[in-house]
Design a protein around this ligand. Structure first.
Ligand code: GLN
Length: 508
């Protein structure tokens, strides 16, 4: 059985950071042991690209800073990036044949901010092609596997990120969430993940899928570690047209997000109990599609919150079901536009044989994109075309507005935070929905509305289903705009009182 990497002996990024600063462990030692573990767990197919020399170079820089007493909160901490964040060092494929040989001339903002904070990257993580999917099965490089059960999906699209954290290969990982891709794999792999408010983390250098929905977010073992990653990446970026200036504390004003992070940190110091917190529980999240085990685990988690002083109130999100058709019109529409750049000319795959220019483009695209991506492009082009634009695209945008209003109504009238399941079931078997591509779309019902509304939300482990090979269950926490600090504090309270997030999969 392969040995676990050194960093797994530490309970948190804070504890590991302290050991690094005290010289009890070095960044190079950590990097080497993590690289060994990544190799030993190649069965998980969590990593698409590893370059030991690049990783060691980052670790040496971290050690040099630490020896001068200049290490920051993430200096020397081993992490890895979903392969939709472009990186100068490692290839960036978005898990697509289209970009199989692509290396970016620049780093994504998220990548450079984490590097500036001192984190050491172990490489690039598997995901669904162009982040389209819910099981990591749409990767052109094969599915990543769930560390709890190798025959189960790790979730998607940030499946490699969740699998790598769950297997202990990294302390934390980056992911992206367009309709649930941080929260859902976090839930299915038993780790914690947060999708921040749309606009608070730069999209610059993230391979685009649905630009009005795409948002980066970290995955880690628990809420405290998530805060360590989310804080440095929540910053205004003029290279992202939808980046929100208000979230940058460096502009000499606290900013709404940053003020909330400060509150989360003081809550960690033992402050604010949950007394009086109103938890909104939407009736529509407990419908016929929800499996009894997930319903039971979420119910138990809500009871735990009540025992900690919170109060449960019923809320209604009446358009929950409509989030599926609205999302699966808007996201493909934006994808069809974003993916038009892959034309075989500028970059990406070019067919080996073709006639004229149009033939070259269509052959290159047909060969370069996988079936799910082609499906989205077809749907997206259809709903945007002249005769159908009003009936589908415009209508979906109207529904999107109503969904956002439903959340605002709930927050204004009834509750401080909303809780419910992340997914209707635990992780499915690899290959289970092969003949029914839209079955996966329906399983996104609890995560899509949040994305359409641009709200922050997270997933934390709250139970397991099954005994021989138990599969994790996630609890979803949804906050109002810019309240990610509040969410992290509320999640932390739960994790101080329970140990679901500490359970580890046995190596198989
Ligand atoms: N499962 C959703 C989809 O396939 C969400 C993906 C994501 O958030 N990137 O589009």
């Amino acid at each position: 059985m392969p040995t676990m990497p050194l960093h797994t002996e530490f309970d948190s990024i804070e504890a590991l950071g302290a050991a690094l600063r005290q010289g009890k462990v070095s960044a190079v030692e950590l990097a080497d042991s993590a690289l060994d573990a990544v190799q030993a767990r190649s069965d998980l197919n969590a990593f698409l690209h590893v370059d030991a020399e690049l990783t060691r170079a980052q670790a040496r820089t971290a050690d040099a800073l630490l020896s001068q007493g200049r290490g920051g909160s993430l200096t020397g901490i081993p992490i890895a990036h979903k392969d939709v964040f472009v990186t100068r060092g490692w290839r960036t494929t978005a898990a697509s044949k289209m970009l199989a040989d692509y290396t970016s001339p620049f780093d994504a903002t998220v990548v450079s901010l984490l590097e500036q904070a001192g984190a050491v990257s172990l490489g690039k993580l598997n995901c669904d092609e162009f982040a389209m999917g819910s099981g990591n099965e749409n990767s052109a490089f094969g599915p990543a596997r769930n560390p709890w059960d190798a025959d189960a999906v790790p979730g998607g699209s940030s499946g490699g990120s969740a699998a790598a954290v769950a297997a202990g290969l990294v302390m934390a990982a980056t992911g992206t969430d367009t309709g649930g891709s941080v929260r859902q794999p976090a839930a299915l792999c038993g780790v914690s993940g947060i999708k921040p408010t749309y606009g608070t983390v730069s999209r610059f250098g993230m391979v685009a899928f649905g630009s009005s929905l795409d948002q980066a977010g970290p995955l880690a073992r628990h809420a405290r570690d998530l805060l360590e990653l989310l804080d440095p990446i929540s910053a205004f970026d003029e290279r992202d047209a939808t980046s929100l200036p208000d979230c940058d504390g460096a502009a000499n004003k606290p900013g709404r997000v940053r003020a909330d992070f400060d509150a989360a940190r003081s809550a960690q110091q033992g402050g604010k109990p949950l007394q009086g917190l109103r938890i909104g529980v939407p009736a529509e999240f407990f419908n016929e599609g929800l499996s009894p085990e997930v319903a039971q685990a979420v119910e138990t988690a809500l009871q735990t919150y009540e025992s900690l002083g919170a109060r449960r109130v019923e809320v209604s999100l009446p358009r929950t079901k409509l989030s599926i058709p609205a999302y699966y019109v808007i996201a493909p529409a934006e994808a069809s536009s974003n993916l038009s750049r892959y034309d075989g000319v500028r970059y990406g795959h070019r067919s080996a044989s073709y006639g004229d220019l149009a033939d070259m483009t269509s052959r290159s695209r047909a060969e370069g994109f996988g079936p799910e991506v082609l499906r989205r492009i077809l749907v997206g082009t259809y709903v945007l075309c002249h005769g159908y634009y009003d009936a589908y695209y415009l209508q979906a945008q109207r529904i999107r507005r109503l969904i956002a209003q439903d959340f605002q109504q709930a927050f204004a009238d009834h509750c401080d935070v909303i809780m419910g399941p992340v997914t209707p079931t635990v992780a499915k078997r690899i290959g289970e929905n092969r003949d029914d591509p839209t079955a996966d779309w329906l399983a996104d019902v609890y995560t899509l509305g949040v994305s359409l509304a641009g709200l922050p939300a997270m997933s934390i482990p709250c139970g397991f289903s099954g005994s021989a090979k138990p599969l994790p269950i996630g609890l979803q926490l949804i906050g109002n705009y810019f309240r990610e600090g509040q969410l992290l504090a509320i999640a932390d309270r739960f994790q101080q009182a329970t140990d679901w997030h500490q359970r580890k999969p046995e190596q198989q």
